[in-house]
Design a binder for this molecule. Structure first.
Ligand code: ATP
Length: 232
């Protein structure tokens, strides 16, 4: 089991562009880290740097103390890190059951997925294309945990969901962390969700890390919440 993932002084971006600078943070299994910031602040780029989908110009990303900065994305997956991208990762022409099985044929994981997301259990024979947005998000998360990752990174999983569905999804994600002990990175624009769910938070503003600490500390920093996220 991977014991830690870490970003060490990471500058990352696309081509020659640097989208985030000086990102330093580490995460252990069971921990929940929130990444907050406005549109375009660089939240997704931090995840992409870990997965090998953004160019790391400076610094390193590590899984279990191993520098994986130059490693292809699929190998990082094998080391126990999975991501649920903002564009939900669902095969529209496959049923819910098939969507799960193509991720992994482990039956105990299918059982876990259905336990965590009972709605999926009711829709096993339905096509991905016929699911609601919320159900697609649940399936996308369920698919990501089929390969038994130690770390799961969720990119704005609540985007476009009704408040009730958003609550359902977060309840399942909480249960998932409790049952599997995985470490979770949650990219979010809603501060309340991060304060409620995460132990620690990182706030990015125009590519810079302007806060890193516990969510309790963040509660006491209205200046950060106001300038970086626009809450007052
Ligand atoms: P959002 O909340 O809108 O998803 P974000 O905080 O996740 O935003 P990023 O997606 O990390 O922000 O984007 C950071 C910067 O990098 C932005 O200026 C964006 O335009 C730029 N960027 C993102 N993806 C690419 C890409 N594939 N090629 C070039 N620039 C990109």
């Amino acid at each position: 089991m991977a014991k830690e993932i870490a970003w060490n002084s990471v500058d990352a971006g696309y081509g020659r562009t640097v989208a985030v600078e000086g990102i330093t943070v580490r995460l252990s299994p069971g921990e929940k880290l929130g990444i907050l910031g406005r549109n375009g602040a660089g939240k997704t780029t931090i995840l992409r740097a870990m997965m090998g989908d953004a160019k790391v110009h400076h610094g390193t990303v590590e899984i279990d103390g191993v520098d994986v900065t130059g490693m292809p994305a699929y190998q990082r997956n094998q080391l126990g890190v999975a991501v649920v991208p903002q564009t939900r990762d669902v095969f529209r022409s496959l049923t819910v059951r098939e969507n799960l099985i193509v991720a992994s044929a482990e039956r105990d994981r299918t059982k876990l997925a259905v336990k965590l997301f009972p709605r999926l259990g009711e829709r096993m024979q339905n096509l991905g294309a016929d699911l609601s947005g919320g159900e697609q998000q649940m399936l996308s998360i369920a698919r990501a945990i089929m390969t038994k990752p130690d770390f799961l990174m969720l990119d704005e999983p609540l985007e476009g969901l009704s408040p009730t569905l958003a609550q359902d999804v977060m309840k399942s994600v909480r249960k998932m962390v409790e049952e599997t002990g995985l470490g979770c990175v949650l990219v979010e624009q809603h501060v309340a969700t991060v304060l409620d769910f995460c132990d620690r938070a990182l706030v990015v503003q125009r590519g810079q890390m302007v806060f890193s600490g516990t969510t309790d500390e963040l509660r006491g920093r209205p200046d950060v919440l106001e300038s970086a996220i626009g809450l007052s």
